[in-house]
Design a protein around this ligand. Structure first.
Ligand code: GRF
Length: 206
């Protein structure tokens, strides 16, 4: 099934680029219908323009409340015919008003092996902690911060004395692979959600 994607960005947009490249090479059956950035200076906007994909800026500061911003974001994506939303380096937390417009159809890529190191600067958190292994996670977004059901994870070893910058660069590459893989699984209809005996919602891959 061709996924009709909306991609939300705040900056560089390398994860957006991975999606655009995978669709162009037909590795991924998806159509990026709309890119929205909450920052006018996001480099990802140029990537969208180069790929001939519709993009717009919606600055959160222009809205009186978080829920008004969320509602406008959801309205624009729905108007563009989007059925799955990818948070690709989008640096705003989305509330229930947004999530209920796309129930279990919003995914995020996070640069750690969740549930370890949620939140900001996850790569630096792992290095500062002295972790020997870290990675990235693509997960469904729920109302918590980096808490939703896991779809794909990839891991790397952290070398002794390795810098945060080096870990970030190596992880970014893994993020691109994991994000495209998660979208391929979604497109192929291979994911379902179950509730474990302990009451945790989790993704099952067929
Ligand atoms: C990525 O490391 C992502 O995991 C994090 O922000 C970064 C975004 O990179 N949430 P890019 O904008 O996709 O290049």
């Amino acid at each position: 099934m061709t996924l009709r994607l909306g991609v939300l960005i705040s900056g560089r947009g390398s994860n957006l680029q991975a999606i655009l490249d995978a669709t162009a090479s037909q590795t991924l059956d998806a159509d990026v219908r709309l890119v929205i950035s909450n920052r006018a200076d996001a480099q990802g906007l140029e990537r969208a323009a180069r790929a001939g994909v519709s993009a717009c800026v919606l600055e959160h500061g222009a809205f009186a409340t978080r829920s008004e911003f969320d509602a406008e974001l959801a309205a624009r994506l729905l108007a563009a015919g989007v059925d799955w939303v990818v948070l690709a380096g989008f640096m705003r937390v989305l509330g229930q008003a947004f999530l209920s417009a796309f129930p279990d159809r919003v995914i995020n890529v996070h640069p750690s092996l969740l549930p370890a190191f949620p939140g900001m600067r996850a790569q630096a958190q792992a290095v500062e902690y002295g972790a020997r292994v870290t990675g990235c996670t693509v997960h469904l977004v729920d109302a918590g911060t980096d808490t939703g059901p896991i779809i794909v994870q990839r891991c790397i070893q952290i070398a002794p004395m390795e810098s945060v910058e080096s870990v970030e660069a190596r992880l970014l590459h893994e993020e691109h692979t994991a994000l495209v893989r998660a979208l391929q699984l979604i497109s192929a209809g291979q994911l379902s959600i179950e509730t474990s005996s302990a009451g945790r919602r989790r993704v099952v891959v067929q």
